[in-house]
Design a binder for this molecule. Sequence first.
Ligand code: OAD
Length: 233
Amino acid sequence: MLSISPTDRMFILCGAGVSAESGIPTFRGVGGLWRNYRIEDVASPDAWRRDPRLVWEFYSMRRKVASAAKPNPAHFALAKLERILGDRLFLCTQNVDNLHEQAGSKRVIHMHGELFKSRCDTCHRPPFDDANLYEPPTEIPRCPCGGQIRPHICWFGEVPFALNQIYAALDDCAIFMAVGTSGVVEPAASFVAYVHGQARTLYVGPEHPANVSSFTECHLGNAGEVLPRLLGL
Ligand code: OAD
């Protein structure tokens, strides 16, 4: 079991593997989304300029899948950990679903955005809750300013959200744990190297991530089984 002292700050980085046991496909594994869709067609600013309907078709499909999903024991263990550690836990997820919140987590940083939020591609109106499905033949929704409403997602070529907060939390952490992420997408893949020499670093997932050499410990297995055991929750 992981021992966390009363002053330790912990940074947890989650990836698609955390939601895999809830039935949400990962990106790069067998059956992964990027085996069936091309990133440049559905998840880039160019794709949005070229064919916003195709982009909405992809995110509407993902909204449907995610709205049927329920949190699994990994999400519940992390919510319990937040109740114990309070603001000494910094939970940073690359996932855009809301399963951490459904499990009871209150402070989740969604560095790649949120599936059930949209925003205007033109004006600075803040992102807003939106669970609608915009599938063809539906028109692309419009903002009162005339801009087009897009998913509140960080696409390839865009800057992830909350990076200042994230690096401040990395600077302060004594324990860094990555769960269910393949370690190939930057900047998240380099967080573990960033805390090298400062924090104990653990990985949880069924296989070694690409950046395995930067971790001091690897706990192989599914997040829903390993996390509750490792955290003693
Ligand atoms: P990947 O699909 O690249 O990796 C998923 C990881 O989860 C793999 O390392 C699997 O071994 C692991 N995994 C599978 N089942 C698991 C389970 N039950 N428990 C724990 N781990 C499991 O997904 P990410 O690393 O999250 O970004 O991908 C990072 C980013 O790339 C995503 O946020 C997304 C994607 O393109 C954007 O769309 C901006």
